[in-house]
Design a protein around this ligand. Structure first.
Ligand code: ADP
Length: 360
């Protein structure tokens, strides 16, 4: 059996979780001998006879890492098979028919939305959903019509945060569009409103992408000034496909100030800036920047380090939009309270100020 498969199995996709063989990206391997005769990859001792190697790298959608991966494969194979010619065809998987239909159907709805903005983070737990809900609330407070989509299939926390858990959205019969849930004057739809969390977690690549696109496109949003999308954390295939297919006006990136977060921020920035995607980045929001205890209202404790977010923004060349302090009741939400940004507190001021960057 040829060792090509084993060699390619060691090539990891930098953003998706897995190697190019198990992700199904490397495909259609064809090997031939010096006379051009096709060889059987399974045959014993076949590697001695290989004179040409051809295969495809098929990406689910335009991929910022495709050229790097192709180069890496070429280098590995040319090193192992110095006598052989190596041809790698890089391509994007053809689109499915269903997608076009969905697009056509919902173009009308999407045209009614002023700006669709993605809220992204490199990893979970940095407060991406909290920031999404509160930015939306800050914009709503300024009089804009705002919608929120919770596309975080790994942990849809917006139903809980907005006290809309357990509510199932209706589907308008005539149009087959999902009717979003309304709360505090905002329109809200989460993947958690449609499926059980465990179900969403096991979705892989294309299935998750299609479901998430429907969650955004197959919805009766009506007239909106802003639609904020709480993306799943990370920069995997789901993200690349989503940000490629949704007409985004721009993205904001959320991080905590910690040093380790910079690598994640860089990945996010690179994803949005990649030439095939090319989505403007409004900038970086630093969440959980400091803590002020109630009994010492003038003190700021920089638990994760001071000015980390500002430095990260500088290093990655994107604007710094502002910091949000740690505030215990930030996500009380639910039936007990409104999003902090709708109240009168230090976080509301921070969100009001940051939301002005989205108005430009
Ligand atoms: P993510 O969407 O990035 O996974 P969440 O928004 O769900 O993160 O936040 C993770 C946890 O951190 C939640 O319990 C949330 O209440 C808390 N949290 C987020 N931002 C703040 C903040 N500024 N102050 C206090 N707690 C916060």
């Amino acid at each position: 059996m040829t060792k090509i498969i084993e060699l390619l199995s060691a090539v990891e996709h930098p953003a998706m979780e897995g190697d190019i063989v198990s992700l199904g990206i490397a495909a259609d391997l064809k090997i031939a001998d010096a006379q051009g005769g096709e060889l059987d990859p399974e045959a014993e001792g076949v590697d001695e006879k290989i004179a040409s190697i051809k295969f495809k790298l098929v990406f689910p959608s335009p991929d910022p890492f495709s050229a790097d991966l192709k180069k890496e494969c070429e280098e590995i194979l040319e090193r192992e098979f110095p006598e052989a010619s190596v041809t790698i065809i890089e391509m994007v998987a053809p689109r499915r028919e269903t997608k076009r239909t969905v697009d056509e159907l919902n173009d009308q709805e999407l045209k009614k939305i002023g700006k669709i903005i993605a809220v992204a983070s490199g990893k979970g737990g940095v407060g991406k959903s909290t920031v999404t809900v509160n930015l939306a609330a800050a914009l709503c407070r300024k009089g804009y019509k705002v919608g929120i989509v919770d596309a975080d299939i790994y942990g849809p926390s917006i139903p809980k945060m907005t006290g809309t858990e357990g509510i199932s959205p209706l589907v308008e019969q005539a149009t087959n569009l999902i009717v979003p849930i309304e709360k505090w004057g905002m329109k809200i739809l989460s993947i958690g409103h449609l499926v059980e969390p465990e179900q969403a977690l096991i979705w892989r690549g294309p299935m998750a992408c299609n479901a998430l696109k429907q969650l955004i496109m197959q919805v009766k949003w009506g007239e909106l000034d802003y639609l904020l999308i709480d993306l799943p954390p990370g920069t995997g295939d789901i993200h690349i496909s989503l940000v490629h297919d949704i007409p985004l006006a721009g993205a904001v990136i959320v991080t905590t100030p910690g040093q380790v977060a910079i690598a994640d921020v860089i990945k996010n920035v690179n994803m949005f800036k990649h030439r095939d995607i090319n989505i403007p980045i409004y900038g970086l929001i630093e969440n959980m920047a400091w803590f002020t205890p109630a009994e010492l209202p003038h003190n700021r404790y920089y638990i994760f380090g001071k000015d980390g977010g500002r430095k990260m923004a500088q290093e990655t060349g994107i604007p710094f939009l502002g910091s949000i302090p740690i505030y215990m009741s930030v996500s009380e939400g639910g039936d007990t309270g409104m999003p902090a940004a709708m109240g009168d507190n230090p976080v509301a001021a921070a969100f009001a100020s940051i939301s002005t960057s989205l108005e430009k």
